[in-house]
Design a protein around this ligand. Sequence first.
Ligand SMILES: C[S@@+](CC[C@H](N)C(=O)[O-])C[C@H]1O[C@@H](n2cnc3c(N)ncnc32)[C@H](O)[C@@H]1O
Length: 463
Amino acid sequence: MAFGLNLGLSFMTRKFSRKCFMCFERHNVVQVKPFLSGLRSFASDQDDSKRDSRSSDASVTPAFTSPSFSHRASLFGRRRPLSPLERVSQLLPEDTLSQEVWDLRDTRNSEVGRLERNTENDVKQNCQNERLEKEEAASHEQATAHACVSGEKPISFGETLLAEYRRNRRMEFRKMFQLKEGLKIHSNWGLIAHEDIEGRPTGRILHTSMGIPILIRRPSLEEFTLFMKRGPAIAYPKDASAMLTMMDVTEGDCVLDSGSGSGAMSLFLSRAVGCKGSVLSMEIREDHHRRAVLNYQRWRSSWSIRQGEKWPDNVHFYHGDLISAGSLLSGRGFNSVALDMINPHLALPAVVPHLHSGSVCAVYQANITQVIDLMEGLRCSALPLVCERIIEVQYRDWLVSPSLKKDGTFNRRKAPCGDDDESEPSEDTEDLTPFGDVPYIARPHPEQTSHTAFLVKLRKILK
Ligand SMILES: C[S@@+](CC[C@H](N)C(=O)[O-])C[C@H]1O[C@@H](n2cnc3c(N)ncnc32)[C@H](O)[C@@H]1O
């Protein structure tokens, strides 16, 4: 039968051989798989010289044994389909095939080989890119997975932390929480167990149960005051720091603060005066007094866990009315006074005698009408105070970020081309540029902090 097939094949066109093969298959004349395995051993037992000369040629090597093809097959999960000519001719011992059949197979296989080689090159390139990406990710991981630097403690239970998720230049999620065993951070973007955070360095990205990257870090004092539980509105950090400057608060100072409110200003003062200084904070409402004390304690306890040393215990909270606090204040002197309360001019007669001469009382007022009331109250009193300044602290946020295309990739800056030089800059030149080639958008941020307060600077001057 093989001899007959060979005779026929030597005169066959591709089309005819396909039809023959289909006919054989339909009538179960050939069973390809067992036959092929038999053929492989048959061919290797025959003329060795012929086998060797062809085995170096991809055209002879059966496609399913080709290492390169099996590599492709393993990548793509399928084999290259055989042409009908190949199928039929592979049923026969190689040495029985005529030259015409070999020529036809060679032509077809060299085309396929070229395609395969191209595809293999693509695959190799992809593999190389993947490898480079993996190496880059690994080195990044290595860089970010560094052990804590000396003096930096890993995160522990009991600490107050901040979780943040930013996307497309926007803050999508921000939450301050206390790390406790058995709890989870809940968000629309999935969960993170507190156990997964404990023991890690601060400033680390962790992934939620939904794979969303969330930054976990310790909050600054500014952030703590913004996110802590509030009773009344706080003195905003930008205003608080301007007040500290206005009052020229220095380490070791003794400062009067009223009302305590939620305790934000007390915390900023506490840091400014340090362990050698002290703050007397007065609050008329008991619930606000408790809130201020709790916030202060929470910050201090988190600080001692994270730093291993105590935050100075330098704020003394009092529950009472500043206007009638003469006995409490008697015998005390203050380097400066911070007033954030309604009708501050009513408290000034009790306070000013205890303020050092030449020192400053900074007053925080939300409305300009309150400032006018204060000025009129001062004019009507005989207090030794002069108003030096009334300011509003305005931060203007700007948006500065790489310009992106609609598909999320970076736009590219186009080098200006002179009339006489129309050539594009070469890749090499771009690589050598000391600055990047991405243009930026830079303009005031569309979302700005609105008005918070007016600050009034009063100085005690003795005549
Ligand atoms: C806006 S809050 C102060 C916020 C505080 N500076 C902070 O940063 O959290 C004003 C507080 O002053 C308190 N207060 C008003 N009159 C007072 C008075 N005569 N004596 C003491 N506290 C007073 C109020 O109860 C209120 O808690």
